[in-house]
Design a protein around this ligand. Structure first.
Ligand code: BES
Ligand code: MN
Ligand code: ZN
Length: 496
């Protein structure tokens, strides 16, 4: 897909489809001097007829007289001008992108990025629009014998206000392209089944990332190497599986000073979570192939930042394992020693995410990171609390938490903070080890983060529990690509 900013003062240019907004009361949005009179008349007539009421997200494809420069027009309802906020804008962009990719149009001219959005600028709208266009083009067909019909769209011209800062808008286009690319990488990995997307498959993809990008170096640690590092907690999770566990380290160096301290991302990569000996019940267990979506979002984010060439260093650590029951599997009551030296009583083998993450988080210390963000489908309790709408966030640093919250609101890839009060820590007491791996039935998302917090004392850390937001269930079952938009924006904001 190719994107370009409109270079002329008029929308009266050859294109397969011109996309225009329609307000519910005032009609067509485009200024009259930008449209050819036959086009404006046609649109006004359609709106007057009542076929397009301008309700938010409504779309209508209109054919225009042969004399017009565009073959067709896609009208998109914008709703009430006084209520046109960020979420309304995303709804409009999503509806327009979806409708556009249903048409046979190969080229489009989209006049939506200049719309007045409450508390947002044109750069924000441009990034959202390009992200939504990219997402509308996404198809999962890797494991289908009949490949999906690819949408015809291959290029879009984005209209801008005449006085717009074009450098800023071109950067905004680049950001939207990188974010949607990163999301599609994350979605593909998430959607792949557990028998294909294994720990070693994730490692291969990460190595490929290093081959494709000069600024990325990938290292893959085998079980033997992890044994030497004394990662007894991580290794305990894969014990029951014939798939070997992997620790994947992806280093992106974009800073002019290659020794500049990195930002660190840590991803949970459980390629299938049966629960282990604490076996899950059968219903819906297939969705536990998505238990590597934290790792997938990290891979997507690394892809995106490499494409953008951000001037910072970022190091990603992915803990990949398959959680299976077998005669070699870890049993409830087993005690393991983590890389930190802390001993852990594994009371429930289904609380395996924290077991792989704690060793990855200890490993991250060696990079002397500026911040560490881990991303994990960690607890069913996060789904119970926030549903599919918000990611749960917990942090040992208030400034980092506030930064992520604000960016979540800005990008609409939202996160809400839960407390990490000391009072919850005692729920993890064990009579037999330094710490237990579960905290009982109460405050499940918080006690999981409390467990991780025992391994993150040496740096500023935030934990994103994406159990509810990483994929959708039901008829729209599939990975969402979240929280790639949040992570990319966080890293775009950081200084070298
Ligand atoms: N991967 C699951 C969390 C999960 C469950 C995500 C459902 C999305 C939907 C995690 O490994 C897990 O099993 N967590 C347990 C922890 C419990 C045993 C303390 C949970 O949340 O039930
Ligand atoms: Mn589990
Ligand atoms: Zn899990």
């Amino acid at each position: 897909m190719k994107y370009q900013l409109l270079t002329s003062k008029t929308l009266d240019k050859k294109t397969d489809c011109l996309v225009l907004g329609v307000w519910d009361r005032t009609g067509l949005d485009a200024p009259s001097d930008m449209l050819a009179p036959i086009v404006r008349d046609q649109c006004d007539a359609v709106i007057k007829s009542g076929d397009m009421k301008g309700k938010i997200g409504e779309t209508l494809l209109v054919h225009v007289p042969a004399k017009a420069a565009s073959d067709r027009i896609l009208l998109v309802g914008l709703g009430d001008k006084n209520k046109f906020d960020a979420k309304a804008y995303r709804k409009v962009a999503r509806a327009a992108a979806h409708a556009l990719t249903q048409t046979p149009a190969r080229t489009a001219m989209v006049s939506l990025a200049q719309l007045p959005v409450t508390n947002r600028d044109a750069a924000w709208a441009t990034t959202q629009l390009v992200t939504e266009l990219g997402n509308a083009l996404y198809r999962y067909d890797q494991t289908k014998s009949k490949k999906a019909d690819k949408p015809a769209l291959t290029s879009a011209v984005i209209a801008a206000a005449p006085d717009a800062n074009r450098k800023q808008l071109n950067d905004a286009i680049d950001a939207g392209e990188a974010i949607s690319l990163g999301m599609s990488v994350a979605r593909d990995l998430g959607n792949l089944p557990g028998n294909i997307c294994t720990p070693s498959y994730l490692a291969e993809r990460a190595v490929e990332l290093g081959v494709r990008n000069k600024s990325i170096k990938t290292r893959v640690l085998t079980e033997k190497q992890m044994e030497n590092l004394k990662m007894g907690s991580l290794l305990s999770v894969g014990r029951g599986s014939k798939e070997e566990s992997r620790l994947i380290v992806i280093e992106y160096k974009g800073s002019r000073k290659s020794s500049s301290a990195p930002y660190c991302l840590v991803g949970k990569g459980i390629t299938f979570d049966t629960g282990g000996i604490s076996l899950k019940s059968g219903a819906g267990m297939d969705e536990m192939k998505f238990d590597m979506c934290g790792a997938a979002s990290v891979m997507g984010t690394m892809t995106a930042i490499a494409k953008l060439g951000l001037p910072i260093n970022v190091t990603a650590v992915i803990a990949a394992a398959e959680n299976m029951p077998s005669s070699t599997a870890t049993k409830p009551g087993d005690i393991v020693t983590s890389m930190s030296g802390k001993t852990i009583e594994i009371l429930n083998t289904d609380a395996e995410g924290r077991l792989v993450l704690c060793d990855a988080l200890t490993y991250a210390e060696r990079f002397k990171p500026r911040t560490v963000i881990d991303i994990a489908t960690l607890t069913g309790a996060a789904v119970a609390t926030f549903g599919e709408v918000n990611t749960a966030m917990l942090s040992n640093n208030e400034a980092l938490a506030q930064e992520l919250f604000a960016l979540g609101q800005d990008t609409l890839d939202t996160v809400w903070q839960l407390p990490l009060d000391d009072e919850y820590q005692s729920l993890l007491d064990s009579n037999f080890a330094d710490i237990a791996n579960i905290g009982g039935p109460k405050a499940g998302t918080i006690t999981a983060a409390c467990f991780l917090s025992r391994f993150t004392e040496k740096y500023h850390w935030a934990h994103l529990d994406i159990a509810g937001t990483a994929w959708l269930g039901g008829g729209k079952k599939g990975a969402t690509g979240r929280p790639v938009p949040l992570l990319v924006e966080y890293l775009r904001k950081q200084k070298a």
